[in-house]
Design a protein around this ligand. Sequence first.
Ligand SMILES: CC(C)(COP(=O)(O)OP(=O)(O)OC[C@H]1O[C@@H](n2cnc3c(N)ncnc32)[C@H](O)[C@@H]1OP(=O)(O)O)[C@@H](O)C(=O)NCCC(=O)NCCS
Length: 209
Amino acid sequence: MTKNQVEVKTSKGLVVFEGPVTDSYIEGLTMNAGLTNFRPPDRQKVALMQITNLPDGMIFLARHENEIIGYVTFHHPDDFSRWSKHPRVLEMGGIEVSPAWRGCGVAESLLKVAFSHPAVENFIVITTEYCWHWDTRNTGLDIWAYQKMLTRLFGKVGLKKVTTDDPEILEHPANVLMARVGQNVSKEDIMLFEEMRFLRKYRQVANLT
Ligand SMILES: CC(C)(COP(=O)(O)OP(=O)(O)OC[C@H]1O[C@@H](n2cnc3c(N)ncnc32)[C@H](O)[C@@H]1OP(=O)(O)O)[C@@H](O)C(=O)NCCC(=O)NCCS
């Protein structure tokens, strides 16, 4: 798969945005110690490497010299999620930028490099934003300001809020489902996604009990 790579001079230093990268490439880099939002950095590094070997799995990195300072992940939804039942849905699983490198456009550039890759045009990319994953402590934002920041940031690469009766999204009013339909996705697959947003309606359509 072709690899995108862009260098950006940020107010905090030169950052290279690149991907999809391989597991061996990630192995040769160090993880910034501040990348702790989802799990400790060494375990997150292993998780990123594992995703590179999943079907359609992709990792895009923000790198300063030999150190990973941010990343965004793409993989098929977990089997228990309703979205795993759709053949063309790919999940943007998580995006993280080390606190020391935040506020200077790293996340925005990372998303732009990732969503300029041709592979995303073959999928309906979704992101399930659960407020319990959000770093309100380090950002100083409350969950509503955080939701606004994320939906605005993700909106810059074409992700749009979609309503759904997915119980995990409904668990908290601040949670958000966003989606971006790739150029190569068929009308049938778009229709199926639309139907799956509301399971009750979907069950009727699919004659599921
Ligand atoms: C969300 C996150 C990736 C943003 O990274 P970042 O590199 O600081 O973002 P950027 O510098 O590209 O800023 C993007 C936008 O968000 C705004 N923003 C970022 N941090 C902010 C803060 N603490 N307060 C207010 N606005 C903020 C920026 O001003 C910018 O807005 P603009 O487009 O109006 O200029 C980072 O805060 C993070 O890693 N959080 C923890 C993990 C997480 O919550 N991931 C998302 C869920 S999976």
